[in-house]
Each structure stands twice: as C-alpha cells, then as structure tokens.
Design a binder for this molecule. Structure first.
Ligand code: ATP
Ligand code: SF4
Ligand code: MG
Length: 312
C-alpha cells in the first residue's frame, strides 16, 4: 500500500524581491515498509522537500501540489490537526545537523520528556515509552542522565533518532543522518536504519552521497536544481543510469565506482532564483542539444521515470 504520495509539489522561499524555486514540481510515492533515497548536490532542495512533508519549513511556502498520507491530504489540514495527528506520530524527521542542536543545558531525559509533554502524554509511563525508543537504537537507559556534551557523536545521533521514533511513527525522514560522523559510526547508523526498516518503518533518506543511499534504499530519486531528474529502483538506477546527471554522480562516487578513476562534475547547479528555461542541467550536460532549451519530457522507465530529451 502507498504510505505517502507527493504530487507535483512546488515550494518557494522569498528573499527580498527574489523567489527561490527550491522544490519545483516533485512527484514521488513511498510504499509501506519501503525506503526511498533522495540524493543530489548541495542546495538542490533535498531538505526543503523533507521539511515540506512534515510542514516545518521556515520561511518557505508550499505554492502548489499536495502530499497525501494514506490517501488523505496533509497539506489541507489545519496546523492544529497536523500537529496532533501527524507530526511525530505518523511522520517524523531527523533534521539535518540535529545532533549538534541538542540543547546543551538539558539532560537527554529532559529533552525526551519535553517531546512527550508537547504531545500530551502526561498520564502515560514516560520511562516505558522512552525505554522502547532507546532499545530500538541500541542505547542504554543510563544515557538519560547525561548532557549532550557527555555523549560521543554516534551516541548523540542515536539519541536524536530515538527522539524521532518516540511516538512510533510509520514514516521517518532522515536528513543527512550520517554526515559529520566517522566511517565506523556511519556504518552503525546505516545498519540501525536498515534494522528499523526491517521492523516495518518506511524511510525517506536524504543525502548528498549516493554510496550511503545505495546501502539502505530500495528506490532512489536523483534531485537536481529543485527537480527529480531520475527516479527508479536502486538496482536499476545503479546499474543502468539514464539521466546524464545520474551518470555523472555515479562516476564521481567512490564507493559505487570501486577502483576506477573518479571523474568530477564541472560547474555548478543553476541559481534557483533565476533557473534557465528548459533543462536545468543544460550548462553542464555533455549531451545537451538545441531542443534541451525546452522543458524536458518525463519518460517512464522500468520502475520509475527520467526527465530528459534523450529518451523521448
Ligand atoms: N530558509 C531559507 N530561506 C531562503 N532560502 C532557503 C532557505 N532554506 C533553503 N533555501 C534555499 O533553497 C534552496 C534549497 O535548499 P535546501 O537546503 O533544501 O538544499 P539541500 O539540497 O538540502 O542542500 P544541502 O545538501 O546543502 O543540505 C537553496 O538555494 C537554499 O539556499
Ligand atoms: S534534457 Fe538535454 S541537457 Fe538535459 S540532461 Fe537530457 S540531454 Fe542533457
Ligand atoms: Mg539539506
């Protein structure tokens, strides 16, 4: 069953008189117990997409499109209804850099308690709820008396994941959950995400690193300048990348490409305040043609789609 559908979502930020089209017509479906990876260069709109789903955009506005949870729009809900029924209970998010924004003056226990109080769990046995969550990330109850600075990076990240799992949501959005962690701790966090998926959770994993995404995800959306350039099963995109941007990303990803020389992608993504008309990858694409100056068509592939004139 489809757990979450994103339909032609457009999100803008306004800075002075400029509009930034951070997410520009993204459509995706997440099935129950599925893991989708969203990958792309810095500034391509990955976090904005995640924050839009959980309605926690700061300064941004959803211009159009919809997000359906179990076939019901969650964008048309009042903020009160969304906060009560959906945020943290049905969908939660591990925010980018969250482990570094744990409040240094409160113990881990106080920070868990705060979430439970906010969600009106005053009368329940807090310790029992917290224990379940800590168990699932492999942390002992003794961390509760600690302050953030007393925990290692890996333990802090686990604590943040445990907080996101506290109300047992069925969908978790994890935004760069392994960035800034050393490779051994990265591997622990990735196997934790795999374990949570095995236990029935659906996952949207956001990363700039295709290698990380390939470890955990069933499907992958390659995002470029606010749009999904290619979407498909991990296996398909990995073995038969269609979009020239996906091909370039694979060539510059060490873990996937193994022993061969890495090829870096030259140039920068376009300015999202004034994106070029037509294909946004035009200036960097080795296969660009004259017709690419027009918006590329979206072509169905085996288990997804690609947005490129080459496959018309
Ligand atoms: N609060 C904000 N106000 C104004 N512009 C923003 C804001 N947040 C993001 N942007 C802009 O929106 C675009 C997409 O940003 P976003 O953070 O979603 O990208 P990202 O893919 O998550 O990048 P990164 O990999 O660096 O985390 C960028 O051009 C960014 O500068
Ligand atoms: S539409 Fe054209 S410019 Fe864009 S990725 Fe495809 S071939 Fe390259
Ligand atoms: Mg981000």
């Amino acid at each position: 069953m489809t757990a979450l559908s994103i339909k032609d979502l457009k999100v803008q930020y306004k800075i002075k008189d400029k509009l930034i089209n951070a997410v520009d017509g993204v459509s995706l479906s997440l099935e129950d117990n599925e893991s989708i990876g969203i990958v792309g260069e810095s500034g391509c709109g990955k976090s904005t997409l995640g924050l839009s789903i959980i309605r926690s955009l700061s300064g941004g506005k959803i211009e159009s499109g919809d997000v359906l949870l179990d076939n019901k729009s969650i964008l048309t809900m009042s903020e009160e209804e969304f906060g009560k029924k959906v945020r943290w209970k049905e969908i939660s998010m591990i925010f980018q850099g969250a482990m570094n924004s744990l409040d240094p003056v409160f113990s881990i226990k106080q920070q868990f308690e705060e979430i439970l109080k906010e969600h009106h769990h005053e009368n329940e046995n807090h310790l029992e709820i917290i224990k379940k969550s800590l168990d699932s990330v492999g942390l002992p109850m003794s961390v509760l008396d600690k302050f953030p600075h007393e925990l290692s990076g890996g333990m802090k990240q686990r604590a943040v994941i445990a907080m996101a799992l506290l109300l047992r949501p069925k969908i978790v959005i994890a935004d760069e959950p392994t960035t800034a962690l050393d490779v051994l701790v990265q591997a622990q966090i990735l196997s934790l995400l795999k374990k949570l998926k095995k236990e029935g959770m659906s996952l949207i994993l956001i990363s700039h690193d295709l290698g990380i995404i390939s470890e955990v995800s069933d499907k992958v959306g390659i995002m470029y300048a606010g749009k999904i350039a290619e979407f498909g099963t991990m296996q398909d995109v990995y073995s038969n990348p269609k979009h020239p941007y996906t091909q370039a990303l694979l060539k510059s990803t060490p873990k996937i490409r193994g022993g061969s020389d890495l090829i870096s992608l030259k140039g920068n993504p376009p300015n999202l305040a004034s994106p070029p008309s037509g294909c946004r990858f035009y200036d960097r694409c080795p296969q660009a043609m004259e017709k690419c100056r027009k918006e590329p068509p979206t072509i169905k592939t085996k288990a997804g789609y690609v947005s490129c004139w080459l496959y018309e």
